[in-house]
Design a protein around this ligand. Structure first.
Ligand code: HEC
Length: 177
């Protein structure tokens, strides 16, 4: 993990693909494990320290990401409830068919725009050609605000306001492979 997103931003430490608040099974975040309490040694040391902290954090985030299976933090059962908001347009499961939106079976971890017979927006297909993938990061951004990821896309959905709802619905989608 190099701190860069697939949609081109460099995130400040703690806001990147591995959220600082992601916890391991002991309830510790990467910051808790690797940095301990944040100490400030005064203005002269601060600059070097910040750099060191940033590097340590990136290493910590990378090792935590390796230790925790991707997307494990959401609750699929809760996500089923959240998915009610998507059902006006999307189906999942064995007999799922395209509706206003494409079938979402197997979408987690897959490149954009892979459902055959669904007429995607031009904008989504352009991003697909550029190699965009529905990983945790792009899905999180898209479900919070679809236009932020696909400005001229055709998913007319305002977005989910609650981060937890987003993680939960991703976990729910992940259960349909
Ligand atoms: C008003 C209808 C509507 C609602 C509600 C809606 N979507 Fe969509 N969704 C679409 C359409 C239409 C597309 C195709 C977008 C495009 O081509 O730009 C889409 C595309 C997607 C994609 C990309 C699929 C692919 O194969 O690339 C995902 C993922 C997705 N929606 C998830 C969701 C989730 C999760 C929800 C609920 C939180 C939701 N959508 C709510 C209509 C909707």
């Amino acid at each position: 993990m190099d701190g860069r997103s697939r949609i081109g931003h460099t995130y400040p430490p703690g806001e990147g693909p591995v959220p600082a608040r992601r916890k391991n099974s002991l309830g510790q975040t990467a910051r808790d494990i690797f940095l301990g309490p944040v100490r400030d040694r005064g203005p002269t040391e601060r600059k070097g320290n910040d750099m060191k902290r940033t590097l340590t954090y990136l290493v910590a985030a990378a090792s935590l990401a390796a230790a925790v299976p991707a997307l494990a933090q959401g609750d699929a059962a809760e996500g089923e409830n959240v998915f009610k908001k998507c059902k006006a347009c999307h189906m999942v499961g064995d007999d799922a068919k395209n509706r206003v939106g494409p079938v979402l079976n197997g979408v987690v971890g897959r490149p954009f725009g892979m459902v055959e017979d669904f007429k995607y927006s031009k904008n989504l297909l352009e991003l697909a050609e550029g190699g965009a993938v529905w990983d945790e990061e792009t899905l999180t951004a898209y479900l919070a605000k679809p236009k932020a990821v696909i400005p001229k896309g055709k998913m007319s959905f305002a977005g989910l306001k609650d981060d937890e709802d987003i993680q939960n619905v991703i976990a729910y989608l992940e259960s349909f492979q």
